[in-house]
Design a protein around this ligand. Structure first.
Ligand SMILES: Nc1ncnc2c1ncn2[C@@H]1O[C@H](COP(=O)(O)OP(=O)(O)OP(=O)(O)O)[C@@H](O)[C@H]1O
Ligand SMILES: [Mg+2]
Length: 510
């Protein structure tokens, strides 16, 4: 091989254009992937990242532009063809079949794209089991439906890793992973890159990009902006390239000590649910943002869902502004002003086939209905537009289906839906998952604003910097119990992790 050929990028995209009706998702972008590199693709929600990846994977056809793989111009007409060419894509949204086993999901992908005339199933089974074991001990025989979101995400990754690919694309793979799972994934990525596999890595987390990637390309509004060597740039520079301006403060100011109130808005006492959590007591005070920290599986979501009566039987007492609540199901909870933003926006947060407007109004239809109870499309649209503008939602038309929005913009619709009911207590489970840095700061500001207006705000997050940056106080959950609480300067990553894993506060060595 000549030196020139060795230098040739494995993948070279030039002038790629893709529109969806009047939405110009890609306006002639360039992108170049070198052999064995880990190349990050960054950009705000709706910048066109997933659209480009779907084109490379043969799911979407470009309107114009060129894709060269190994120097050859290729027309990638289907995912099966992409896989035969050695391209593997881990989608942003989990797309497994829930009612069959993990192994069957993996085999399905391998069979669809097999280059061999006959599948060697025993070998495939061994390989899949080995990859699953490396990634984090997911049982190949388990039904996908029974897995947590993070385990499902691991299966998606295993699916791609099982297909020997030359180009591996990971579209926000860590959004649903724990820190530990993410670390394992990065080790695997580095090993693959060392073997010469080229990786495109999409993420909104600058730390991940700077710790694991060689180069970073930035898109903005469907346009190519720049490609930088990670070693020669800074997170601030990448963020500025993404948003086209400098973001001053990532987090809004905390509650001022003199504004601190003893007034309890929500008082939870001795809440228990068989085998899920027990004797949970905590309070939300007026004006504060309360965080829920803990390892995945500690029971944070279960507790909050229990309070809102979204899941199973619970015992114990919940008082709202001093008044005991008798809630039988989530409808009662919404009527009282207690709302929950699910961590699983696709599973139980949004109606993907319905419009943005219909999703935003879904919790309280009478708000947008006429006296006769008929939904007023104009009012519904106006409400969605107003909340959408506040969240910097990017969309073509307010009556387009949510399924057509980018991942981060879907998350914003889910948040708009919560805000539409003027809640008294808002529980948010991983609220900024998949949301870009600029919008993330905006969502945090909105949460602070809600707290300032006397609304109880409870945030569950697995991103410790987010909890520490946004919350005034953090309750740490461990194995279904409250392990302790931290506030002010005591809220450090170390202290939270210690409480979450050991279950008691670290004693200071004098
Ligand atoms: N099937 C579709 N129909 C209509 N519009 C679409 C469709 N898919 C994507 N779009 C639009 O194309 C634009 C780019 O979306 P894309 O999903 O590529 O963004 P992204 O960079 O991946 O964002 P995120 O970080 O939120 O995942 C958005 O405005 C989106 O609404
Ligand atoms: Mg995307």
């Amino acid at each position: 091989m000549s030196a020139g050929a060795a230098q040739e990028p494995i993948l070279k995209i030039t002038g790629l254009v893709k529109s969806f009706g009047s939405i110009r998702a890609l306006r002639g972008v360039d992108f170049e992937l070198r052999r064995g590199e880990i190349h990050a693709l960054a950009g705000e929600n709706g910048a066109g990242k997933s659209t480009l990846m779907n084109i490379i994977d043969g799911i979407l056809m470009p309107d114009s532009g060129e894709i060269r793989l190994d120097g050859q111009v290729v027309a990638i007409k289907s995912p099966a063809m992409a896989q035969k060419l050695g391209i593997g894509l881990v989608h942003q949204e989990i797309a497994l079949c829930p009612d069959i086993s993990v192994a069957e999901n993996i085999f399905m992908a391998a069979t669809n794209s097999s280059r061999a005339p006959l599948m060697d199933y025993p070998a495939l089974r061994r390989k899949a089991a080995e990859i699953l074991r490396q990634l984090g001990d997911v049982d190949p025989a388990a039904m996908v439906r029974s897995l947590s979101i993070s385990q499902q995400q691991l299966v998606e990754i295993a699916k791609a890793l099982t297909l020997d690919c030359r180009v591996l694309i990971l579209d926000e793979p860590t959004a649903a992973l724990t820190e530990r799972e993410a670390r394992i994934l990065f080790e695997i990525m580095r090993r693959l890159a060392a073997q010469g596999i080229s990786i495109i890595y999409i993420s909104h987390r600058m730390v991940e990009i700077f710790d694991n990637c060689d180069r970073v390309t930035v898109f903005r509004d469907g346009q190519y902006i720049v490609t930088l060597n990670v070693a020669e740039t800074t997170p601030g520079a990448v963020v500025s390239a993404m948003v086209g301006r400098v973001i001053e403060d990532l987090y809004p100011p905390k509650q001022h000590p003199q504004d601190r109130s003893d007034e309890v808005i929500l008082d939870v006492r001795g809440l228990s649910a068989t085998s899920r959590f027990s004797d949970v007591s905590f309070q939300v005070r007026k004006g504060e943002i309360l965080g829920f920290a803990g390892l995945i599986g500690a029971g944070r979501s279960e507790i909050v869902k229990g309070i809102c009566r979204l899941e199973g039987e619970v015992t114990g007492e919940v008082r709202l502004a001093g008044k005991p609540l008798a809630l039988a199901h989530y409808g009662d909870s919404i009527a009282q002003g207690l709302v929950y933003l699910s961590e699983d926006r696709k599973g139980d947060g949004l109606f993907l086939e319905m419009s943005i407007a219909a999703n935003v109004s879904a919790l309280r239809l009478r708000q947008v209905a006429s006296a006769a109870g008929i939904i007023d499309d104009g009012r519904e649209a106006a409400q969605a537009q107003r909340l959408g503008a506040r969240l910097n939602l990017k969309y073509g038309a307010i009556d387009q289906p949510v399924a057509h929005l980018s991942g981060g913009n879907q998350q914003k619709v889910a948040i708009a839906k919560m805000l539409s009911v003027d809640p008294r207590i808002i529980f948010l489970d991983e609220p900024t998952r998949g949301v870009d840095v600029g919008s993330k700061a905006e969502i945090h500001r909105i949460l602070r604003d809600l707290a300032n207006r006397g609304i109880g705000v409870v945030v569950i997050s697995s991103e410790l910097p987010e909890l520490i940056g946004v919350c005034d106080r953090v309750v740490v959950v461990r194995e279904g119990r409250i392990a302790g609480e931290l506030s002010g300067g005591d809220m450090t990553e170390d202290a939270i992790i210690y409480l979450a894993s050991v279950g008691q506060q670290r004693r200071q060595v004098a």
